[in-house]
Design a binder for this molecule. Structure first.
Ligand SMILES: NC(=O)c1ccc[n+]([C@@H]2O[C@H](COP(=O)([O-])OP(=O)(O)OC[C@H]3O[C@@H](n4cnc5c(N)ncnc54)[C@H](OP(=O)(O)O)[C@@H]3O)[C@@H](O)[C@H]2O)c1
Length: 247
């Protein structure tokens, strides 16, 4: 694998498991120093750091609750102080509560909005203090920002549509600094959140042109491209990687 991210410092929020872990491994394999955040899975995060280390990469794990805006800002500052800068921010941490509107309570709503949406604002605003020419902000949204083919996804869709709008607005502001801002919208990807043999698979798989779920590694390939030098002219975009879910 090419080392096009050599010398770069990356933060991947929610990097202990799933898509975030796949992204962290890919960015490290391409030469970036990677800081992953997590909330509950300290063991999984430490395993990931060891795996990256064993392959000659550089990684650290930090417990940062994305639901806590002040903690998100402190986490970004800590990484910037430790490594001197931040070149790549991947806003990946996310939670999904799928339930009809009359069963979404205040706690579910607050959690989804704080982790999926508010944390993206806090992390992006903070990281821009430490990001120079060539910087990249990449947020993992969801195709559910545009299409919700099932009941119970209203608040999740609200958060994912929000980050896509935020991306467009922010891209306008930082383009002159040589910084790009993009949203990656995965379709169904096989993780703890949405296992390929889980409850959503039966009605989701027939909607996929590929007839199968995606993998974290497939999403990671797109994120690594957006993080790299070839994507300098790609900004303000919402890029679907969804097996044809929205086709
Ligand atoms: N899987 C899909 O089909 C799919 C499709 C479209 C979009 N997405 C989006 O892709 C992103 C990753 O999803 P995934 O499928 O990989 O989910 P996952 O397997 O459930 O992993 C979620 C990750 O986010 C972290 N996280 C959750 N709450 C957090 C918090 N409060 N603070 C810090 N970290 C937190 C988790 O850390 P802990 O291990 O510490 O809990 C974990 O590393 C999310 O934004 C999700 O909405 C997923």
């Amino acid at each position: 694998m090419g080392q096009q991210l050599a010398g770069k410092v990356a933060i991947v929020t929610g990097g202990s498991r799933g898509i975030g872990a796949g992204i962290a491994k890919r960015l490290a394999a391409q030469g970036a120093t990677v800081a992953v955040t997590y909330q509950a899975s300290a063991d999984r995060a430490e395993e990931l750091v060891k795996e990256i280390d064993s392959q000659g990469g550089q990684a650290v794990a930090l417990r940062v609750d994305s639901a806590d805006g002040a903690a998100v800002r402190a986490g970004i500052t800590e990484v910037a102080q430790r490594f001197g800068k931040v070149d790549i921010l991947v806003n990946n941490a996310g939670v999904a509560v799928v339930a009809p509107i009359d069963q979404i309570d205040e706690r579910h709503y607050e959690r989804m909005v704080s982790v999926n949406l508010h944390a993206v604002f806090h992390a992006s605003q903070e990281v821009l203090k430490h990001m120079g020419e060539g910087g990249r902000i990449i947020t993992i949204g969801s195709v559910n920002a545009d299409r919700v083919h099932f009941p119970g996804g209203s608040v999740y869709a609200l958060t994912k549509a929000g980050v896509a709008g935020f991306t467009r607005g922010l891209a306008r502001e930082v383009g002159s600094r040589g910084i790009t801002v993009n949203t990656v919208q995965p379709g169904p990807v096989d993780t703890d959140m949405n296992p390929a043999d889980g409850p959503f698979a039966a009605y989701t798989v027939p909607l996929l042109a590929t007839g199968r779920y995606g993998t974290p590694d497939e999403v990671a390939g797109l994120v690594a491209y957006l993080a790299g030098p070839d994507a300098a002219y790609l900004t303000g975009a919402t890029v679907n990687i969804d097996g044809g879910y929205t086709a």
